[in-house]
Design a protein around this ligand. Structure first.
Ligand code: F6P
Length: 469
């Protein structure tokens, strides 16, 4: 069995040597432990001066973590700049928010080349390399330029936009040519795959051929042959189900329950990001209180929103906007013994969140555009099957492709989301159970192990210059 080398912008190795508990980290670690291998990427640290010359290696059994500290300029141009001020808004269909300049594009290419320089000496000829996310699109091409002919796969954790949007990026062809250096390119949904295939058809001389199962395409472009395929990421369903059974009785969940004094609970949990549709969500909750005043003093909305990418101006702006909105809505509706919105700029561990999800009558997941959104899946897996809460889910989250039994909403339609909240809060037990059971069937069939195994299995069969089914 080939050794697996995972490359991602962040490496889930925490400073004190403990691994992060996130589902993706657990899945990748499981794959790495099976085959042995390397997890390579940014350490999460920014240092004065130049980026680190040699990777820091941390051994853990058959697994080696190799991480690099980024110098301030590299971090600014690669991470804050091109990755998060150009590609992130572009891939989330937000052309109005993209900033385009040559300096950050060069920084992005430079850091990808630097990462390739540092990984290349650690590689063996029969390694299988799995690269993650929009920060690292050129990485495979950089390795190929250094003579690496190993099997290489890429997985995009964000949406992929249609060509009409992508072509707003100067030198978009170079980026897609770089993407075609991989043997396998994975997307969350058929919409993302279609965006990529449409680009190949309309903007290049390449060809797209549908292969075998729906959601699989053979691409021939830029002198290469690659497979592009849909692999919807998921959660560790059994682990979450069992965690939620006891987490509902944790001290924090108890405190939350007591603080509600019998009121209903709506929960939202998101990184503080403009793609998550939080202002629209706050407005929809306000709409609920306005249109259905019987909920005043009877329902609380808990929004957990840990700040992220705090140096980027658009993130500073959305944070300010949300604080103002929460203050205004609370000022308008609060009673001396009831605060409608509990808005928290902090994060919680998985166990605490599982307890909160279990307690919540409604999970409100309304991004304007999202690659997958695992909170939607986690919320469902944490419910009590005998008295489950209701998921209200944006049609623009990747998760909506598989979770049709949720209440699917258009997050731009504030009144519509307000009505969906009313429907969720008043849904009879029988309907809640039916919807929950159907959603759980999907989450049990397609969990994180299924995602990882199907991706690694497809990569094992590369290169694809022969017919695949
Ligand atoms: O959704 C894309 C993604 O890269 C996730 O994989 C990750 O959890 C998230 O964004 C976090 O972003 P950052 O590393 O910028 O904090």
């Amino acid at each position: 069995m080939s050794r697996l080398v995972v490359v991602s912008n962040r490496v889930a190795l925490m400073e004190e040597g403990k691994q992060a508990a996130g589902g993706l980290a657990v899945a990748i670690l499981a794959a790495l432990k099976k085959t042995g291998g390397i997890w390579f990427g940014w350490s999460g640290k920014v240092v004065d001066g130049e980026s680190q010359v040699e990777p820091t290696r941390t051994e853990a059994g058959k697994l080696t973590y190799a991480t690099l500290d980024l110098g301030r300029r590299d971090h600014e141009e690669y991470y804050n700049g091109f990755a998060n001020q150009t590609l992130w808004p572009l891939f989330h269909y937000r052309l109005g928010l993209i900033s385009v300049n040559r300096r950050t594009r060069e920084g992005y290419e430079r850091v990808n080349a630097y990462f390739a320089d540092k990984l290349e000496p650690l590689l063996r000829t029969d390694d299988m390399i799995w690269v993650h996310d929009y920060h690292l699109i050129p990485f495979g091409d950089e390795l190929r330029r250094r003579g690496c002919s190993q099997r290489m796969g890429f997985f995009l954790h964000t949406p992929f936009p249609p060509p009409e949007l992508l072509t707003a990026l100067p030198n978009h062809r170079d980026l897609i040519r770089e993407l075609c250096a991989y043997d396998l390119v994975g997307f969350h949904t058929i919409t993302d795959l279609r965006g990529f295939c449409d680009y190949i058809r309309t903007e290049t001389d390449g060809t797209v051929e549908q292969r075998g199962a729906y959601g699989t395409a053979m691409i021939r472009a830029f002198g290469r042959t690659l497979l592009a395929k849909v692999f919807p990421i998921s959660i560790d369903t059994p682990a979450l189900e069992s965690l939620a059974r006891t987490a509902g009785r944790s001290r924090q969940a108890e405190r939350l329950r007591e603080s509600l004094v019998g009121r209903r609970l709506i929960i939202g949990v998101d990184r503080l990001d403009y793609s998550k549709g939080l202002p629209q969500r706050f407005a929809a909750f306000e709409q609920l209180l306005e249109s259905y005043p019987e909920h005043c003093n009877r329902v609380s909305f808990l929004q957990v929103a840990p700040p992220s990418r705090e140096d980027v101006p658009e993130y500073i702006a959305i944070r300010r906007e949300l604080s103002e909105m929460a203050g205004r809505i609370n000022g308008r509706f609060a009673e001396f013994d009831w605060q409608p919105i509990r808005y928290l700029n902090r994060s919680f561990g998985q166990r605490v969140l599982a307890g909160f999800y279990r307690l919540a009558n409604v999970g409100l997941v309304t991004p304007l555009r999202d690659g997958m959104n695992l909170v939607a899946k986690e919320y469902v897996a944490c419910q009590d099957a005998d008295d489950p809460g209701v998921l209200v889910l944006s049609q623009f989250a990747g998760a909506a492709h598989e979770m049709g039994e949720a209440l699917i909403v258009n997050p731009f339609d504030i009144e519509g989301v307000g009505d969906a909240l009313q429907r969720a809060l008043t849904m009879p037990l029988g309907e809640r159970k039916e919807r929950h059971a159907a959603l759980m069937q999907t989450l049990r069939r397609h969990d994180i192990s299924w995602w990882r195994e199907s991706y690694v299995d497809a990569l094992t069969r590369a290169p694809y210059d022969f017919p695949v089914t």
